[in-house]
Design a protein. Structure first.
Length: 96
């Protein structure tokens, strides 16, 4: 029986695993103090004005504990985690 050789695991300078080619995502964040309030992911090189972003809104309690992670609503009123929103418009969306 032959021995299967797996590809090496790529890591960054902190020895954190780096996602394989084709799966990488660009990250954008908006913070209020030290709390991340909006997070966005898209393919590298995606313009922030293109409807290709997955956007999340994070809500915290008074002790800075994360309470909710919400996605923008489509026009039908249903929240969507799809890559179909513009990062530049994150403050205009209704989240659920």
């Amino acid at each position: 029986m032959g021995r299967e050789t797996l590809p090496p695991i790529k890591t960054d300078v902190n020895f954190e695993r780096v996602q394989e080619s084709g799966k990488e995502k660009t990250f954008r964040g908006e913070y209020l103090g030290t709390n991340l309030i909006y997070a966005g992911f898209a393919k590298p090189g995606s313009p922030t004005s293109s409807a290709v972003w997955q956007i999340m809104r994070l809500t915290y309690d008074v002790n800075n504990n994360l309470l909710r992670l919400e996605y923008p609503q489509r026009t039908n009123g249903v929240g969507s985690s799809d890559y179909e929103f513009e990062w530049d418009d994150r403050g205009l969306y209704v989240f659920s």
